[in-house]
Each structure stands twice: as C-alpha cells, then as structure tokens.
Design a protein around this ligand. Structure first.
Ligand SMILES: [Zn+2]
Length: 248
C-alpha cells in the first residue's frame, strides 16, 4: 500500500519536473499559468493532466488539435514514480530517502531541459546544490569530507576533460557532476562518470550502426550523466566490487 502511495507521489513529482524542465530554461514561471497544449495553446483540464494515464487514454495526442504529445512526458513521469518507489524498497523509511528523492527530481528536471533545449540551467543546479549540502550534513554516508571531495572531483575531472578535449562536454555537464559529487562522494562520482561515458559510447555506436544518428549530430550528455549518477548511487558496491574483482 505504501509502495503504491509513493509511486503515485513520484508520478506527480515527475509531472512537475516536466513543467520545471520545460519552463525554467525559458525563464517562465513554473506555477502560473496552468498547463496548456504547446501546439494549440488550449488550457488543459485536470483530466488531461493525470500523469501517464491521460497520455495513454488520449493515445499520445492533444484532445483539441490532435498534435502529438512528446513521449518524453509520460516517460519522465513513469521513471520518476518507479525510482521513488525503488528508493523506498531499497532504503526503507529513513532521512536518506529525502536525499535520493531530491536527487531523482533534479535529474528528471535537467534531463527534460537538456533533451529539449540542450541546456542545464544554473538556477536548478544552485537550488539543488544548496539542498544537497543541507541534507548531506544531516545524512551521514562515508566521511564528513566526502561531499566536498565529491564536489571537487566531479567538477575538476569534467572541467579538465572539457578544457583539454575542446568540445563534447558543456559547462552544464561540468557543474552537474560537481553538484552530484556532493551527494555521491568522490568514489561514486568517479564511477558515475565512467558509467555515463560507457552508456554514451554504447548509445552513439548503436545509433551510428542503425543509421539513426549521424556524426555531426550533437547529443546532450546530461541524460547519460543522470543515468550514471543513479546507477552509481544505487549499485556502487555491486558495480565497483564486480569491476575490482575482475582486475585482481
Ligand atoms: Zn493542442
């Protein structure tokens, strides 16, 4: 019962993350006006704003103008909901849930923003960065210095790569990994980055092979970083343990 309730909360927050990810980069308010169809500007009724369900009932298009609604919206809602529930199953009721739920919400917002506009807004990173410092001083994982080392390594590593490789990594990606480092600590932020590179390489290779991508296309890296960050948060022991047992 409590799992279903948290799934529902996650779906609603996922829906809010869509709005935030779409409006903040355009400097629009996230509370006013209410949601409307991006194609025909028609105001949406409450029954058109039920996470996932409305999209399925309307078969992925607007009731007014029949314009397709991006599949990104229900996917963000569903993933956020499932991740909220998964965190509860893994961590049980603890203060750490507040930390991981905040992390999931930030990653949902920046994924939407990066996919739609190719930008990760500073104000989102600043807001969550402050929140993470607060929550991390409360939720003890590893040593007390770990959030600081995580921030420095996440930021420094990507900054160095961006400065020496000239392209590929944007300013938003660099700052994102700094902020994620506050939550993850230095070891897990390093793993998160390696996982993101791996996932990005697999996606790029598959896309080129299947001719769905071309070499000139810019692919936002934020969603891969987001996936790496969450995998590393949840499965650091399993992945790092597996990797190091292989090379010994
Ligand atoms: Zn419409």
């Amino acid at each position: 019962m409590e799992n279903a309730f948290i799934l529902f909360i996650g779906l609603v927050i996922g829906s809010f993350c869509n709005v935030a990810g779409l409006r903040i980069p355009q400097k629009k308010s996230i509370v006013y006006p209410g949601s409307s169809c991006p194609a025909c500007d028609r105001k949406l009724g409450w029954y058109e704003m039920i996470p996932v369900v409305s999209w399925v009932i309307q078969r992925g298009s607007c009731r007014g103008c029949k314009e397709k609604i991006l599949i990104l919206y229900p996917v963000t809602e569903l993933l956020t909901g499932l991740l909220f529930m998964f965190s509860l199953l893994l961590l049980d009721w603890s203060f750490e849930l507040l930390l991981i739920w905040s992390l999931i919400s930030m990653l949902a917002i920046i994924t939407v923003s990066d996919l739609v506009y190719m930008v990760i807004p500073d104000c989102i990173l600043l807001f969550f960065g402050g929140l993470f410092i607060l929550l991390r001083s409360w939720v003890q994982i590893g040593s007390a210095w770990d959030p600081l080392f995580g921030f420095l390594l996440g930021f420094g590593l990507l900054y160095t790569i961006a400065a020496t490789s000239g392209g590929g990594m944007g300013g938003g990606d660099i700052k994102l990994m700094g902020v994620a480092g506050i939550v993850l600590g230095w070891k897990a932020v390093l793993l998160a980055f390696m996982l993101a590179l791996f996932l990005g390489a697999v996606f790029g290779t598959a896309g080129l092979a299947l001719k769905r991508l071309n070499r000139k296309q810019r692919i936002p890296f934020g969603p891969f970083l987001a996936a790496g960050i969450l995998l590393s948060y949840f499965f650091y022991e399993e992945i790092a343990g597996f990797y190091f047992s292989r090379i010994h």
